[in-house]
Design a protein around this ligand. Structure first.
Ligand SMILES: O=C1C[C@@](O)(C(=O)O)C[C@@H](O)[C@@H]1O
Length: 170
């Protein structure tokens, strides 16, 4: 099961610096509905890596990049929105979000992300632009820093690198 660390613990990490005395950035990874099924869910589209495996690898990469990574998954729209709201009080620097099907339906999630004004990347394992027409529209994309799609699980690594690059420029 995907493990979630408490956002308060995350907030307590605030003053952590890397060995080079750089600020340790805080990144929140959110995965939306049905992404807990990764590994068995339509593997020809989404690949065979489980979410646990992706998160484990990403945490290791994050650590080596001086990033504290908090990984969460929910099938519930309100839960994702609550986590986005909490991210502001927890001083999260950047959000990486695969909103799953909420990408194509959720004005509420868009409003939450725009409302907290935390820079974020929208990510999809599949190339949503090469799929059904209803997947080709995102309610989030135009308020995101950028969108990564079509690179399977590796896209999460690209998103982490992009977050680091974005935050280092600030
Ligand atoms: O659940 C998902 C997964 C997805 O976000 C992806 O990662 O490719 C694409 C969405 O259209 C779909 O509803």
């Amino acid at each position: 099961m995907a493990s979630n660390i408490n956002l308060d613990t995350f907030a307590a990490d605030r003053s952590i610096m890397t060995a080079n005395n750089d600020k340790k950035f805080r990144v929140l990874l959110l995965n939306g509905p049905n992404l807990n099924l990764l590994g068995t869910r339509e593997p020809e589209i989404y690949g065979s890596d489980t979410l646990d495996k992706i998160e484990h690898r990403l945490r290791e990469h994050a650590e080596s990049m001086g990033i504290t990574l908090d990984c969460r998954q929910s099938n519930a729209e309100h839960q994702l929105i609550d986590w986005v709201h909490e991210a502001r009080t927890s001083h999260v620097d950047y959000i990486i979000i695969n909103p799953g099907a909420y990408t194509h339906t959720s004005i509420a999630l868009r409003d939450a992300l725009a409302g907290v004004a935390i820079p974020f990347t929208e990510i999809h394992l599949s190339n949503i632009h090469a799929r059904e027409e209803f997947r080709q529209h995102s309610f989030l994309a135009d308020v995101a820093v950028g969108v990564i799609c079509g690179f399977g699980a590796q896209g999460y690594d690209f998103a982490l690198q992009a977050a680091k690059h974005f935050l280092s420029k600030q």
